[in-house]
Structure formats: C-alpha cells, structure tokens
Design a protein around this ligand. Structure first.
Ligand code: SF4
Length: 361
C-alpha cells in the first residue's frame, strides 16, 4: 500500500506550540502550480502503485479555497489513473483526509470538500477551554470548534478525527478531563491526543503521566481503541494513512518540507522554504544502512499497540535484537515478548522513548 501526502504550508497565524513548517502568507496560487509540477515530475516515485491514501496536511489546508485544493486532488487522480478504478466505498483514493481548523469550517466549504471526494477530516481542536485556546494563539473558541464539528456532520462527514493537546503548563487534571468529556460528547470516529513538547511543556512528568492514563481510561471506556501512543479510534476507524508510516509503507510527499520514503532505504525531503520550493525545489535525501533500517523498523513498530511482529524482521535483523536488554525490559514489565512479537504494554507507552532508547544504547 502506498500513500501520498501534500503539504500546504500556510496559516492565518502561528500557534505557540507548533513545529510544523508553515508561514503566515497567502500566495497559494503559485504554490498550487508548483505542487502540480512536482506531482508530474515525481509520479514514478511510487513505482506505478497508485496511492491508497491521500492526505492534505499543513499548515492549514482548509485556509485555501476549495477549488485550489480540488485542482491538486484532480491532478492526483489523473496522474495515478484513479478515476477508472472506483474503490469499494466510492472514495478515490480509498482514504482521503484533509486537515481543517474550526475557524475555516462553513457548511459551504464542508459540502464542497465532500463533493471533492474527501472521506475523512482531521480537525485541530486542541482544547475546549477558551483561556487555553487564547494562550495557544488558536484562532477559534471552544464553541466554534463544537459548531464546526456539527457542521462537518451536517455536510455528511462520517469519519472525523479531532486533535487535543495535554501536558502543558497550567493544564489541571479536571480541565483535561473536561476536554476529554467534551470530545467524547461529540463522538468523533478518531481522537489524537498529543503531549505538549518544548518550552511550554509541563515539567512535572508525573502530572503529565496522570493525564495520559486518564485519557487512556476515559477513551477506552467509551469504546475507542488505542492503536498508537497518541491515537485512538472507534473500531475500523484507524487512520490508514498514518498507520502506513509506522509500517514503513512507501509514500510520496509533495510540497515544501514534505518527506518521502520508498518503503525500503531511501528517505528524501524538500527544503522547508516556500520561496525556494517555488523557484528550484531543493531537497535532500539519505540512504539508510542495514542497521538504520533495523532500528527504524523496531522504533516505528513499538509506537503501535500491536508492536513488532518478529516475522516482519529479516533473520539477520532478528539476530541484532539485544537479548539481554529484551529480557531486562520484560522482567521490568516494560516490554511484552511472546516469541512471535514484542510490544510495549499500554501502561508503559507514555515512556516508550526511554524504553526504545534502552534497546539501542
Ligand atoms: S494552525 Fe496548525 S500548522 Fe498552523 S501554526 Fe497552528 S498548529 Fe501549526
């Protein structure tokens, strides 16, 4: 399975926590032309495999007018001949996600996105507390986020994900629980909860851990299955696009700062610079060594609740596993090794980075 990611690096303003490449500017018309050119130039990257998933991320794709987004979606379908092979659910590609911000969602826009073939919406909500939203420099209120969600439903979207953030300075446990309660009241198909990183992160990791566990308990009790460190979904509603990243499936990323992977050893990326993207589209690449491929397989798989299937490793890669570290981590309850797979138990996922670091000293 292959995926296609398109990066739209435009935002109306910058949120204080954001590390994604985006700029506060609106010159998307030449940018869309440059995207179409890159798509045409690099269509062979996926070696003739049409993308099963398409993801418009950013930045804020929803800032662009739908006709601009539609030009890119149409070009993807034409480039890969998708219009002649309807998917079972009627969507082409099978999962087509667009990231939106609540302040951009109108009934007209949501209906136009549906008509464009978008099957899944990922909406950045982050908090249902207006004070926290203002502090983050978000452009919407909690009421706007709730109204936007209802608008998405009214326009026919049956697969909506919302993002929340925890673990920042000043977030109390009751506030976080209220965020989760409000999210559950909307009953989205998918919820992503990210821990705040960087200078706004709460240094009290015990406090963050309590928030993480509370989130796991509340979401699982409501029928959401955790499938990755930060991701929960109703049955059958996992993000296929993001799951493919953790499975090291090939993907083509187009746009400034977008990354691509050939599913084997080659990783390449465009420079994070809109102007250079418009002029000469510089980028870089790296070819992974055997050791790097092995470590990447293990690290990405251990992000997931399913974990690493030993059958997914080559015999020579299985020999590279540090048996002593595996035994120690298993004895400490940090890993579950059952002979066929290795996984991090859910209650330890919060500290998964430290566990993986012990596997690769
Ligand atoms: S809207 Fe999204 S991409 Fe833009 S600054 Fe905020 S978090 Fe980052």
């Amino acid at each position: 399975m292959a995926g296609l990611y398109v990066h739209f690096p435009f935002c109306a303003s910058k949120c204080i926590y954001c590390d994604f490449y985006s700029r506060v500017r609106k010159d998307w018309t030449p940018y869309v032309e440059a995207l179409l050119k890159e798509l045409s130039d690099r269509k062979e990257f996926l070696k003739g495999v049409p993308p099963a998933t398409l993801y418009f991320g950013g930045g804020t794709p929803s800032l662009l007018p739908v006709p601009a987004l539609s030009r890119v979606a149409d070009a993807v379908r034409e480039t890969f001949g998708l219009s002649s092979c309807p998917a079972p659910n009627g969507h082409l590609p099978e999962e087509f996600t667009v990231e939106v911000n609540p302040d951009d969602v109108t009934l007209e826009k949501a209906t136009a996105l549906r008509a464009m073939g978008v099957s899944r919406i990922s909406m950045g909500v982050q908090s249902f507390h207006d004070g926290h939203l203002r502090w983050m420099n978000r452009r919407h209120s909690a009421a706007q986020a709730i109204a936007a969600f209802e608008t998405l439903r009214r326009s026919g979207f049956e697969n909506v994900s919302i993002d929340l953030i925890f673990g920042f300075t000043g977030l109390s446990l009751p506030d976080w629980e209220a965020d989760i309660t409000q999210a559950l009241a909307l009953h989205p198909e998918h919820i992503s909860c990210y821990q705040m990183m960087g200078r706004h992160a709460d240094p009290d990791q015990e406090h963050c851990y309590r928030q993480y566990v509370l989130m796991q308990e509340r979401l699982e009790a409501a029928g959401y299955l955790q499938y990755e460190i930060s991701n929960f979904a109703l049955p059958g509603r996992m993000s296929r696009h993001n799951s493919a990243y953790w499975a090291r499936a090939p993907y083509l990323g187009i746009g400034a700062a977008a990354h691509s992977f050939d599913g084997n050893r080659l990783r390449c990326w465009n420079l994070a610079d809109i102007d250079r993207y418009l002029s000469d589209r510089p980028g870089s690449s790296e070819t992974l060594s055997d050791r790097e491929v092995f470590e990447e397989k293990v690290m990405l798989a251990l992000r997931t609740v399913r974990g690493l299937k030993l059958g997914d490793l080559l015999p020579e890669e299985r020999r590279l596993l540090d048996k002593k570290a595996l035994e120690e981590l298993s004895r400490a309850g940090k890993l579950v090794c059952d002979g066929a797979s290795i996984r991090i138990p859910k209650e330890e996922l919060f500290v998964s980075d430290g566990i993986v670091a012990r596997l690769f000293p």
